[in-house]
Structure formats: structure tokens, C-alpha cells
Design a protein around this ligand. Sequence first.
Ligand code: ADP
Ligand code: ASP
Ligand code: MG
Length: 409
Amino acid sequence: MAIIVQKFGGTSVGNVERIQHVAKQVAKTVSEGHQVVVAVSAMSGETNRLTALAKEMQDRPSRREMDVLLTTGEQVTIALLSMALQAQGCPAISYTGWQVPIQTNDVHNKARIEHIDGKKITDQLGQGKVVVVAGFQGIAMESGDITTLGRGGSDTTAVALSAALNADECQIYTDVDGVYTTDPRVVPEAKRLDTVTYDEMLELASLGAKVLQIRSVEFASKYNVPLRVLSSMKEGGGTLITTEENFGDSDMEKPLISGIAFSRDEAKLMVLGVPDKPGVAFQILGPVSDANIEIDMIIQNQGIDGTTDFTFTVSRNDMDAALEILEGVATKLGAREVMSDDTIVKISMVGVGMKSHSGIASNMFKTLADNEINIQMIGTTEIKISVVIDEPSLELAVQSLHEAFELDK
Ligand code: ADP
Ligand code: ASP
Ligand code: MG
């Protein structure tokens, strides 16, 4: 008898029929003799609907109240799924994040899980029940406040539950049947990958492939949770996220490029004409980090006449807050001007096979040049190359790169 954690995303629980379908699937796993813990998202569109409602009340609603509001979405689906299971004769019980409890730090809207007490769940499993846990939710250890784990956070709930319960597999059921070479909604020729390494998946997720939330992959990698992405609508083995060793010994087996990820959630901030002297990067970026704003790509230009320009990117919804901070910093530093741009996107090519091959970057730049797409920023690591370009060129860039690197073959 195995312990299996199954997570169902928003589309998979998007209406009554789909919830009943999920219940059937869960009941089938139970009938095969397994203990099943289910993590569910809110019904598709619900988190966005609630966010829009909040914006009607306040331009920048408090992060604490947003968490209280958004967690209602998941509370609806756990109850409905438990009812659907019971209606099918499968004993089930629902728990919110704070009932489990799933304890987090107190960073509202992007809390990190610190501890999960698995006792209640284990007890209920022992009584032959399916335990349905709300994804995305937590409770801050010190304040006792409700927290959320960030958009897409139910993936992380599922993986963290798997780690805490020492589950045999964590299955992420979604509206695609696995991880593809790129988002199949943008490139219909994209190919499903049978396996992808944790490292590649970490890069893909962090670079915008929202099929798995980055933190879920971090967790899976850290605690060695066997993780699989599958379709909730059609049968199939999906994609297994695995360690590099499982690819076999030969480098030949490792694809040069595993996938292309992109992110529209990008904004660029530029501080122009800052004094070119030690400590400036820290003075600019320190206050931004202190405000819990994650900084991504950074460029500092070659200084001319003792001044330089400093550019970096942040998540789009952090742009206004970052701009406000920078305006204060710029005055202190005597910078000439602060500018922002939220019409940029980031495209990244990822592959462990890149480690031992050169020429990928130049091929990427040539493909973009051939399509007259201007590159604004470039960043590389051992297994990825990212470029920042104008948003309107996104689809063309991804499609042409997918073709140029023959990822459809
Ligand atoms: P869920 O609601 O089940 O959590 P998400 O919408 O968060 O589902 O994630 C699934 C979506 O991720 C797919 O519908 C697809 O458009 C998108 N996606 C982006 N990149 C990829 C990729 N490389 N492979 C598969 N899906 C991807
Ligand atoms: N409902 C949340 C969201 O839409 C969490 C999740 O679905 O994973 O982001
Ligand atoms: Mg998701």
C-alpha cells in the first residue's frame, strides 16, 4: 500500500462535472489499495475574480486581507470534492491549511512553508479516509494569520505534503498531459517530455513555465519527492521529474535544449546617471530587496565621465513599489533619472546538455536577429540562456527558436 498525493489544479476542478470526475479518479486510486491525500486549487478563474473584487475596494489592498480573501477559493473546492467523494461511497474529509496545520513564515502573499504536522492526516488515512487538503493556504506560526503561498502555490502544498508524509509519489494533475518543450498554447508543435531533471525543471519553472510553481520543484528536489505531471482529462504517463543520473551515462542522451520558457511577468527599472563608485549597486538594490521585492536580471553599463546606468528587472506587479523606492534612492545618490518599462518579456532556453556545448547562445541570437527582434538584456548560467525583449515579439520569438533548435523533431 502506497501513500499517494494527488493535486488537481483550477481547470481540473472548474465545474461540478469536473469535480465529480476528479472524485472518480481519486476513488479509483483508493480502490487499487492506496492511501490518497488530495490537494486542490480553487475553481479556475476564482482567484482572479477575487483579486479583481479586491481592486474595487482599494488600489493596493493590504497583503494580509488579500490572503484572507483568496484562501476562500480553495475552501470551496475541498468541501465540494469531499462531498463528491462521499457521494461515490468513498469516505473523505476536508482540511484547510490551518487545520492541518501547514505552518508558514509571515510573508503574506508569498509565504514559505516552515513545517507541516502530518499527524491529523495520517490518523484519517488510517481510518480509511481520503484526506482533501486546501492548496495554497498556510498559517503564520507567530501571528496565527492566514497566509498564501503565491500564485500556483497548490503545487507546493502537494509536494510539501508528500515530503511531510513520506509519500511514494506526488502526482500533479493539470490541463496538459505533462511538461512540454514549451507552452503548447503558444507553440502547438511543442513535444511532451517523458522525463526532465529537477535542475531543468527548476530553471523552466523559475523562468515562467507555470506548469509547476518553482517552490514545488525546490521542495521536491530537496526532499527527493518523486514528482509527476499528468493530465486530469486523459490517460498517460505524463512527465516524471527526476535526477540527472536517471538519464543514463551517455551525454548523447541528454538533449541540448530541453525547453523554452517565457515570462510576461517582467518589468524593467533603470537608474540613469549614477556616480560610478563602490557601493552604488548595494545602495540601489539593497532597499529594493529589503522591501521583499525579488530582483532578477541586472546590468550595469560601462561608466563614462564618472557616471553609469543601472538596469534591473522585477516582477511586473512589484514595479510600482520598486519605482517608488528608487525615486528616493536616486535623489540621495544624485542620479539623473529613474525610468520603468512594463512591456518587456523574458525568454529562456534551458538544457543540461548545454553544459558541454558551445554555440547555443550565438544560434539563439542569430535566430532572433533574423526575425528582427531586438535583445535588451542577456543572462546566462551553465544550463540556461535568457534574453529580455519587447512583449509584442514574444510569440514570434518563441516559435522561431522552437523551430530553429528543432524541438518539434
Ligand atoms: P493548474 O491550474 O492545473 O495548476 P496551470 O495553468 O497553473 O494549471 O499550469 C498548466 C499550464 O501551464 C498549461 O495549461 C500550459 O499553458 C502552461 N505551460 C507553460 N509552459 C509549459 C510547459 N513547458 N509544458 C506544459 N505546460 C506549460
Ligand atoms: N488558486 C491559486 C492560484 O490561482 C493557487 C493555485 O491554483 O495553485 O494561483
Ligand atoms: Mg498551477
